[in-house]
Ligand binder design. Structure first.
Ligand code: ZN
Length: 52
């Protein structure tokens, strides 16, 4: 039963086709969002703390 659920979830997530967002400073993966991706530059929490 769990295998069937996992298959369904995997198929659903693949269909969602989320876009990975990377930090514009260090390049770390920050989040996945549904298209369209936000036009603004993204900065991860670590870089946000360092930069004023
Ligand atoms: Zn960063």
């Amino acid at each position: 039963m769990s295998a069937l659920v996992e298959m369904f979830v995997e198929a659903f997530e693949t269909a969602a086709a989320k876009i990975p967002l990377f930090c514009s400073v260090c390049g770390a993966l920050v989040a996945h969002v549904h298209p369209p991706a936000p036009p603004c530059a993204l900065i991860c929490s670590a870089c946000r703390e360092v930069t004023p």
